[in-house]
Design a protein around this ligand. Structure first.
Ligand code: GLU
Length: 303
């Protein structure tokens, strides 16, 4: 499939953008299933982007492992995988653009200093130069205004980024590009029209819309799905030792994911192949059935 030429015409381009810090677990799988099925239910394109911008946190081989897990479950992406590690020059250009427009500045403040500011960065480096002998991050200037969007699941969400977050980092002190800059650069580069991801990122969205506005990029539609908490109330994550998904449990996992997403899959497809289950989901998809919640407690008995 020639995604590049299709991407200019497609009405819907969705994406899944895992960070290869660990294999997929049920929580990340649910985000993949939701964005994949939503895209395919609208005859859309669904691309995969590997957010591999933080090598110290990425065990070797994890990106390939994630691709193998998706492939084994029959969740097939369109076109080539985009690796953020191949996009550094594009991020540099964006930083240059921000700097030319005096929309960013170096900041040498430490975590401790920011904590003392009440954890909202107060912009203290905006007006004075940082010693270039010291390590510094780059922050983008924010404005004192409300940035809102209509989440397709959660409804209206808004934030005054200046007051609630402050000028935020686009390049870290260790010279790695920050997630906020890279995600905005690539959602625009890949012409993403619809972002579906976990609720834990909903508060990043106003920052991303701010960057899109100052850079002249389009804002996609957003939908944030509830995140799954383990029995201790923690988000399923590698740090919390979430069990990596096993492709041999494929149909059990897809069935569980659809249940968490409120899709009410019939028991007749519980033991069907993952392809059949995904096909059922595409034909019967109802995004409005997804619980309008920040999180859901994992409940193996109910599943
Ligand atoms: N890479 C992020 C993660 O794995 C997701 C980014 C996004 O969907 O915007 O949590």
């Amino acid at each position: 499939m020639n995604v590049q030429s299709n991407q200019t015409q497609a009405n819907y381009i969705g994406r899944f953008a895992p960070s290869p810090t660990g294999p997929l677990h049920l929580g990340s799988l649910i985000a993949a299933v939701a964005s994949y099925v939503d895209a395919k239910s609208k005859n859309g394109i669904w691309v995969l982007r590997m957010e591999d911008l933080d090598p110290p946190r990425e065990p070797p081989g994890t990106a390939d492992l994630i691709l193998d897990q998706l492939y084994a479950l029959g969740i097939q992406w369109d076109g080539e995988v985009l690796y953020q590690s191949s996009r550094i020059n594009a991020y540099r250009e964006i930083l240059k653009q921000l700097s030319k427009e005096e929309l960013c500045y170096p900041c040498g403040c430490t975590r401790l200093q920011i904590k003392a500011m009440g954890s909202v960065y107060n912009g203290s480096c905006r007006n004075h130069t940082v010693s270039l002998h010291k390590k510094f991050a780059i922050r983008v200037k924010t404005f004192n205004n409300l940035i809102g969007f209509n989440d397709k699941i959660q409804g209206h969400h808004q934030q005054n980024v200046r007051k609630e977050v402050g000028d935020f980092i686009v390049m870290r002190k260790d010279s790695l590009f920050a997630y906020q800059l890279a995600v905005v650069a690539d959602d625009s580069y890949q012409k993403i029209t619809d972002v579906i991801r976990g609720y834990d990122l909903i508060d990043s969205t106003p920052r991303q819309i701010h960057l899109q506005k100052v850079l002249g990029f389009k804002t996609p539609k957003y939908a944030h799905i509830p995140i799954i908490l383990n029995d201790k109330g923690h988000k399923l994550s590698k740090q919390n030792f979430a069990t990596p998904i096993e492709p041999t449990d494929g149909n059990k996992l897809i069935f569980q994911s659809l249940k968490y997403l409120g899709q009410n899959p019939p028991s007749s497809i519980e033991r069907a192949s993952t392809d059949e289950q995904l096909q059922w989901a595409i034909s019967n998809w109802d995004i409005h059935a997804i619980p309008k919640l920040a999180n859901i407690r994992e409940n193996p008995k109910r599943m």
